[in-house]
Write a protein that binds this ligand. Structure first.
Ligand SMILES: [Zn+2]
Ligand SMILES: [Zn+2]
Length: 658
């Protein structure tokens, strides 16, 4: 018979082979392709395709390697995200396929033990609604909207426990494991070693072994980042997506650019199981889905033990002589430390200073490749300090004299986390709030400070144990941490959360501010949030809404409606990259014309990308806007389309439109 076979890492959907064996879809086989032998997955048996020079399947490796419903999920992904099945398999399967005999043995199923706190009234309602769907053994999708500190995790734990009692299994997706140590700890505390965790620190081999063990049903609970959504799990009953609004669910670098949250919901539908999406700041599209009946809304409107939300104060820094840490912020830091409480300071910019300029001629140090300002990174050893491009990582030496006019002494302007760290330490010394000279009360959490392995855990532990009193950092500090002694959150400059031209920027600002403010007052003592800004009017509205997502949602939805943007339409972004600037534009215009002929879609562009040049590549994009019922297959030709001398990237439901 003839079979259609999908092969990982290829740009096509499948090839057809013949075989004498009785193969079925989902079987793992080895097939010859271009003088090599590769793994492939049978996707159709009894293929009717006529192929000249058909080759023979070389070996059956494993029967039923991928279950049917997952194959259907992979096919859906290829169609929806305009990618080839080969590209989908590259992301869905382990980087190297493991043979069964390489597996580790593991005791199946540890007993579970529940020492759970009693759910409050609202948690109780959420749990019972999800349990109802679990018992009915049917597909259902819930949006668990719970304000920061309202106890979403306990709802997850209870539902997973219900699933385990009926011998089912659970999948929990998290933005990044290292960023959610607490969630993971609580799952382990409840379910012991019956939890498999896909860490970013696992080696490829460990990851493959775990993949296999999970597929064989050796763990009841699987926790992991976005790619975990593809793992076969027998008797899967529930998929939980924590912090569903988080951008790390989107695959940004490789095709297909899927969103694991949406893949999780589709998988639940195909497997007829329950999906729970949780967030304090749901994505507009998700909340909209509760209004049109796609998801059921579960509300947690109260913090645990009826703790109040923090009090928010906005500081107008236009008039301040000290713009980085205003006197008011400084005073509040002092009070908080004297009360022996902790502080989180947030600034969404790493490095010491965002630019180096010449006061004489106005020269700014820029990346020679990307033409964007270089960021000054200070090092304890002066010669190790450098300028770095945050887009392409180019490093440049620091000069003190302006290379353009040769007269001015270069000055750094603005502040990043490093500069604020220095400033905080200075304030603590002046006010005699530090105890020893060696140990700082300030710990910094940004991508530079956690580069070395294990650093992140150390920083979090130091702060958690109270050895450090101030946690200073970028967006990393907005993740779901739960420090009970934090009573002050200071936002150094609310205006630089976003500077990108995007229709989602209002939503993103709201999400970041809500999440960072939500770190305050999670223990017994009430919390405070200080927000420094050059545009106080703007933030008073945002923070007015902060206590009230529904109000924010209504206003934001109105804007989207006027612009005819998602959730009312669907966007598809086509990006072209190449070294020859003229050629990139030429190719983009060609695609624009092809798309225009299709009709029933609005095509915008080609436009320069916000980052027009990264390293050697010029970047140009086109936006396709379609109604939600637009047939995707009309665009499938793009999957195999090869522009000359440049690469093409297709992003369905893009998060960034620039
Ligand atoms: Zn100069
Ligand atoms: Zn650069």
């Amino acid at each position: 018979m003839k079979v259609d076979v999908a092969i990982p890492r290829t740009k096509f959907d499948f090839l057809t082979y013949f075989t004498e064996e009785n193969l079925a879809s989902g079987d793992l086989i080895m097939v010859p392709i271009r003088n090599k032998v590769k793994y492939g997955i049978v996707i159709n048996k009894n293929s009717q395709r006529e192929v000249a020079g058909i080759k023979k399947v070389q070996e059956l490796v494993e029967k039923n390697f991928i279950p049917d419903n997952l194959l259907r999920l992979y096919k859906w992904m290829a169609e929806y995200y305009l990618a080839s099945l080969g590209e989908v398999l590259r992301l869905a399967l382990p980087s190297k396929i493991l043979r069964k005999y390489e597996m580790v043995e593991r005791q199946v199923r540890a007993p579970l033990l529940a020492k759970a706190p009693k759910p409050n009234y609202q948690q109780g309602i959420a749990i019972s609604k999800i349990s109802g769907a679990l018992q009915a053994n049917r597909y259902a999708a819930f949006l668990l909207y719970g304000i920061t500190g309202s106890g979403k995790t306990e709802v997850y734990l209870r539902c997973v426990e219900k699933v385990l009692r009926t011998d089912g299994r659970a999948l929990v997706l998290v933005p990044e494991i290292s960023m959610t140590p607490l969630l993971f700890e609580r799952f382990e505390e409840r379910f012991h070693d019956d939890v498999a965790t896909i860490h970013s620190t696992l080696t490829d081999k460990e990851r493959r072994r775990l993949w296999y063990a999970i597929k064989e049903g050796k763990y009841s609970v699987v926790i992991g980042p976005r790619s975990t959504v593809f793992i076969p799990i027998p008797d899967l009953k529930i998929i939980i997506v924590d912090e569903e609004h988080d951008q790390s669910y989107k695959e940004h670098t490789r095709m297909p650019h899927y969103n694991a949250r949406d893949v999780a919901v589709t998988r639940s539908k195909l497997e007829n199981i329950v999906a729970v999406l949780g967030s304090a700041t749901p994505q507009i599209e998700s909340y909209h889905n509760t209004e049109i009946g796609k998801y059921e809304l579960l509300d947690l409107k109260e913090r645990i033990d009826a703790r109040p939300l923090p009090e928010i104060e906005i500081i107008d820094i236009r008039q301040e002589t000290k713009p980085y840490i205003s006197p008011k912020m400084e005073a509040q830091i002092e009070t908080t430390l004297k009360n022996n409480e902790q502080i989180i300071i947030f600034l969404n910019r790493r490095g010491f200073a965002p630019s180096l300029i010449c006061p004489h001629c106005g020269y700014t140090a820029k990346c020679p490749f990307c033409n964007l300002p270089l960021v000054y990174h200070k090092s304890e050893k002066k010669e190790k300090s450098s300028l770095s491009c945050h887009i392409c990582s180019h490093q440049a030496r620091i000069r003190s004299i302006c290379p353009k006019c040769g007269r001015g002494t270069l000055l750094y302007r603005g502040a990043g986390t490093q500069r604020i760290e220095e400033l905080l330490n200075k304030i603590l010394r002046e006010k005699e709030l530090t105890t020893s000279k060696e140990e700082s009360l300030v710990v910094r959490l940004d991508r530079d400070s956690v580069r070395r392995k294990g650093r992140l855990q150390t920083i979090l532990k130091t702060f958690e144990q109270g050895k450090a009193k101030i946690l200073l950092g970028t967006q990393l500090v907005t993740k779901g941490f739960d420090f009970h002694d934090v009573t002050l959150v200071g936002i150094v400059n609310a205006d630089i959360i976003l500077h990108l031209p995007d229709f989602r920027s209002g939503e993103r600002t709201f999400q970041v501010l809500t999440q960072v403010a939500g770190r305050s007052g999670r223990g017994k003592k009430a919390g405070k949030v200080l927000v420094q800004t050059y545009h106080p009017e703007q933030y008073s509205t945002i923070f007015g809404q902060l206590q009230d997502y529904a109000r924010f949602y209504e206003q934001e939805l109105q804007v989207r409606k006027e612009l005819d943007f998602p959730p009312f339409t669907r966007l598809i972004l086509i990006r072209l990259k190449g070294e020859d600037e003229e050629n990139v534009w030429g190719e983009a215009k060609k695609i624009y014309r092809m798309l225009n002929e299709l009709g029933k879609a609005e095509i915008f562009g080609p436009n320069r990308s916000f980052y027009y040049k990264i390293r050697k590549d010029y970047r140009v994009f086109i936006i396709i806007k379609v109604r939600k019922d637009y047939p995707h297959r009309k665009l499938r030709f793009l999957t195999n389309y090869k522009p000359t001398k440049c690469s093409i990237e297709i992003d369905v439901d893009p998060l960034d439109v620039f």
